[in-house]
Structures are given as structure tokens and as C-alpha cells.
Design a protein. Structure first.
Lengths: 145, 390
């Protein structure tokens, strides 16, 4: 099992990380995620297991991660649906673009895939963000009339 | 289209931005007729919140007319007059299905930021930073409304735009504060702050059967308004000692429910980047007063918006008195239909809160009036349809 070698840095290092991540437009955790990759990420999906993993098949967001992950499920308590868990297999690396998107910690990709699975199952689609000011590019035409 | 954008600390400007588009099947596009300022905008406006970007469109209280719907929208058609809940909720997750859309699991397309800030992802909201999903706000000609069947509500013909506007956020927040505070017939309720949300909390408490409702604010105009429109008793903290006054008016017991609708006593300065991320503490004087004033075993509801951590919170008093502390923000989506019915029956009047009606182009002036409480401003209301002055 791989372990993160990152450590909590000095205050100056932390602020530098914050500033750099903010420039990149990504959320940032001032406390580095020091969990080892391979830990389970879990979401609770408010549907029975046969709707979450129909016929035992993984939904598309998890299928994209292929053999790099393991998936598990169990009923949630008090009729809250299904607890759906996934983790990166020991020694595995995330495929292609997913690895690039992972950024600071590969578990984030797993967590994002689980969230998308939950949304797809519960609402039928993955909610898309609005285009932010930095996405608008030249279409943002400056001061109005 | 024209939109009122945040352009820097304490700066807003109307800009031309791209029209919104249907990005999900559950989306609708609404042409905005009215939008309102809110106290929750002020920390954002001052640049005290991380992830605010130059060009973000402000405004989370708005209403208008549906001009486009996605294929999965079934409750609304083009032409419907709707008020839109400030919170984006899916209506399908366990939280929503359990009657708590303010805890929706799916209404935030950028959940990581709020997980870092709060430990768990909070629902999205319009005109807020990335931690609330980064949805563009309603101070614009058009807005994209995700999950429109859940978040947009048809306005009864008997309710004017000026009244219905406050069903987007202020009225549901106030109602929920009273409801979660456990207000029931016979209760004695104290509300700190007679802004729009404070007044609507007081009114909700009256409608829920409270025996006595006291509302406190240092501004005489707001107290006059509260007396006229909420039926609450008013207390001016400039002329009396609040804890002593509350003891006297509650038979020495203290109020059963204390609602803080003020926010922090902040000085308006943008905090440094380091402070914004690491949570330099603010002071919550009204929360402190509420904790000390509340009766033993009572409930304190915190409505005000604090942008990080607070200092000097009397935690020992909470434990020693066995208090229940509830947090409420713009979470009242489930309350909107009932509130619109009460508005139609004239039980809930809100149009007086719109003390200043301005064209969108005067958004900067409106926010200045609202922030500084100049000219007895309670809420500035904007419309892209109002003609520019002069």
C-alpha cells in the first residue's frame, strides 16, 4: 500500500499552497490530506442496492476508473438507502485523465465519482456548475452600456 | 445580458455577461423582474469570503418569469411567474425527501470547497461563492435555475411581485428560525435585529401562536416598522439594558426562544487572505446576549451570517443552562408554498421591507444605502426593468 509522504508544513508553506491553489481556481484544504491512498470513500445513496448497482454493474462514473478501484456496498441504517464505497486498489494508479484531475490526492477522484454516482441515481443527472467569470472568456464584454 | 457583478472589495458594477443557458435537464431560465439585497451579501461584498471572483453575479433573492425550461421540468411552463428559493435543492435525496431541503446532498456542484469549510457539503445557493456551488445570482436580466421543479414556485395571482420577492429567502429563513426554535402557542420569543429577516422571524412567531414577541434594534425606523407590520413589542437597546429588560418582561424566566438575526459586529474591513482562510475570529455580541438571556432549557437560534470563526462564545453557559442551539441560514425552501398562501391571505405582509426601489444600474448605490443603513434603508430592491434615473 502506498502512503503519502507529504507532511504538514510551516505557516508560510501553507499560505503559499493556499495562494497557489487559489490562483489555479481550485478549492484547497489548509490541512494537507495525509491519509494513505487506498482508504475507502463512502456515500449514502437514497435508493436500494439494485438501483445503485443494477445487475451488479457499476454506474458510469465508477466504470471510468476501471480496474484501479474496488467497489463495495451495504444497506444504510434506518432505510436510508445504500452505502456505496470505493477505494483505489493497493498499488494501482488511476487511468489517464482521472490521474491528472486527481490533483493533490487521488482519493478526490474516487470521491467525485461516488458523488456523481449518487446524483445520477437520485436525480437522473449530474448537476453542472454555472460558467464562472473565468470560464466566460471574451464573451464577458465589460461594463454595460 | 446586464448583471450586477462583484468587482472587488466593496465594489460592484453592472456588466455585460453572457446569457445563462440550460445546462441540465431540470433547469429553467428565469427573466428577473425583481431582486433584493440581503445582509448575507455584505461579507461577500466586502471581500471577506474566499473564492469570490471578479465578475461573480450577486443576488440570491429574486423572482421573475420563466422563459425556457429543460426537458425534465414538469411543474413549470414558459410564462409562469415564479419566485425562486435561494437554496438549490434536488428534491430527491434523503435529506430533501425527509423534509430538510436545506441539507440537500445534491444541490452543490462544487462540494469540495464547503466540505473543507464546514466538514460537509452544504447545498448550493444563488449569488454565493464557490463553496455554495458558484451559481450566478439574481441581480441580472436572466438566471439559470437548477432543479426548477423543486426551487421555483408559482406565485398566486393575489400576491404582488413586491410581496412575493421576500418568499425567496427572508420570509422562509424567518419562518424556519421560529419553527426550529420550537415556537409554539404560549411561547415568549426574543429577536435580536429588526431587519427584514428579524421582522419576518417575529411575524412567524406571532403566526405560530407565541404569547409575546419582543424585537430589539437600535434603529427607530426599524422598530416603528416592526410594531406596525409584525405585532411584536419593540425594545430599543440605546435606552435600556437588554438583559434586565428581558428578565422583567418574562417574569424573570428569560425568553423561551431567542433568535439572533444580526450577524457579527464586524467593521467592514476586508480581511487578509490568511485571515479569510484560517478563520480569524469575529465577535458575536448578539449571540452572547441571547445565550445569557435565554431561559434555562430554552433555545437559541443563530440566523446571522458569520464568515468564519467567532470568539468568546459562552459555551459553559450553554451547557450549564441546558440550552439548545440551532443554526439557520437561507434554508427555507420547503416553507415557500405555505408562505405564499399566507401572503395571499394577507397574514404576511412584506412589501414595506423594500424601502428603496432602484434600477439594476444603480446597484452600487443600493448596496451602499443598504450596508450603511442610510436613508432608513431596510432592503434595496433592483429591477432590470426600472428605467435608469435621469
Amino acid at each position: 500500500m502506498r502512503h503519502s509522504t507529504r507532511r504538514a508544513g510551516t505557516a508560510a508553506e501553507m499560505l503559499a499552497r493556499l495562494a497557489a491553489a487559489r490562483r489555479r481556481g481550485r478549492p484547497v484544504d489548509p490541512r494537507p490530506d495525509t491519509r494513505p491512498t487506498g482508504g475507502w470513500e463512502v456515500v449514502t445513496v437514497d435508493r436500494p442496492a439494485n438501483e445503485v448497482l443494477p445487475g451488479g454493474r457499476w454506474p458510469e462514473p465508477l466504470r471510468r476508473l476501471g480496474r484501479a478501484i474496488q467497489v463495495d456496498s451495504r444497506p444504510a441504517p434506518a432505510g436510508r438507502g445504500t452505502e456505496l464505497a470505493a477505494r483505489i486498489r493497493p498499488g494501482a494508479t488511476l487511468p489517464g485523465l482521472a490521474a491528472h484531475v486527481a490533483g493533490d490526492h487521488p482519493n478526490r477522484v474516487v470521491r467525485a465519482a461516488l458523488r456523481q454516482t449518487k446524483q445520477l441515481t437520485e436525480t437522473g443527472e449530474v448537476l453542472r456548475a454555472d460558467r464562472g467569470p473565468t470560464d466566460r472568456g471574451p464573451a464577458d464584454r465589460g461594463p454595460a452600456g | 445580458m446586464r448583471a450586477l457583478c462583484w468587482t472587488g472589495a466593496d465594489q460592484v458594477a453592472v456588466r455585460q455577461v453572457p446569457d445563462p443557458e440550460l445546462r441540465n435537464g431540470h433547469d429553467a431560465i428565469v427573466r428577473v423582474r425583481l431582486s433584493a439585497t440581503c445582509g448575507g451579501d455584505l461579507p461577500l461584498l466586502a471581500g471577506r469570503t474566499p473564492y469570490r471572483a471578479d465578475g461573480d453575479v450577486l443576488g440570491h433573492e429574486f423572482l421573475g418569469e420563466v422563459v425556457a425550461v429543460g426537458p425534465q421540468v414538469h411543474r413549470h411552463r414558459v410564462g409562469d411567474r415564479v419566485v425562486v428559493s435561494s437554496t438549490v435543492a434536488c428534491g430527491s435525496c434523503w435529506q430533501c425527501r425527509s423534509g430538510a431541503p436545506w441539507c440537500c446532498d445534491n444541490g452543490n456542484p462544487a462540494p469540495e470547497a464547503s466540505e473543507l469549510a464546514y466538514g460537509q457539503a452544504v447545498p448550493g445557493a444563488f449569488g454565493r461563492p464557490t463553496a455554495a456551488g458558484g451559481f450566478a445570482g439574481g441581480h441580472a436580466e436572466y438566471v439559470r435555475v437548477p432543479y426548477a421543479d423543486v426551487g421555483a414556485y408559482a406565485i398566486p395571482d393575489a400576491v404582488s411581485d413586491e410581496r412575493a420577492l421576500f418568499a425567496a429567502d427572508a420570509a422562509p429563513a424567518g419562518w424556519l428560525a421560529a419553527e426550529l426554535g420550537g415556537v409554539r402557542p404560549g411561547a415568549v420569543v426574543a429577536v435580536w435585529g429588526a431587519g427584514a429577516v428579524g421582522q419576518l422571524t417575529a411575524r412567524a412567531a406571532i403566526l405560530l401562536g407565541a404569547d409575546r414577541v419582543l424585537i430589539m434594534d437600535p434603529q427607530a425606523d426599524r422598530l416603528r416598522m416592526a410594531r406596525r407590520y409584525t405585532d411584536a413589542e419593540t425594545v430599543d437597546p440605546r435606552h435600556t439594558n437588554i438583559p434586565a429588560e428581558l428578565r422583567e418582561r418574562t417574569g424573570g424566566r428569560g425568553p423561551d426562544v431567542c433568535v439572533e438575526a444580526v450577524g457579527p459586529a464586524w467593521n467592514g474591513r476586508p480581511r487578509s487572505l490568511a485571515e479569510r482562510f484560517t478563520g480569524a475570529a469575529e465577535r458575536p455580541p448578539a449571540v452572547r446576549e441571547a445565550v445569557y438571556a435565554c431561559r434555562k432549557g430554552g433555545t437559541v437560534v443563530v440566523l446571522g451570517e458569520f464568515t468564519g470563526h467567532v470568539d468568546a462564545f459562552p459555551l459553559e453557559a450553554v451547557g450549564a443552562k441546558g440550552l439548545r442551539v440551532r443554526g439557520v441560514r437561507q434554508h427555507g425552501a420547503g416553507q415557500v408554498p405555505t408562505l405564499l398562501e399566507r401572503m395571499a391571505r394577507d397574514e404576511l405582509r412584506t412589501e414595506h421591507l423594500a424601502t428603496h426601489r432602484l434600477p439594476l444600474e444603480e446597484g452600487a448605490r443600493g448596496y451602499t444605502l443598504f450596508r450603511d443603513r442610510r436613508d432608513d434603508c431596510v432592503r434595496a430592491v433592483f429591477s432590470p426593468d426600472f428605467p435608469p434615473a435621469g
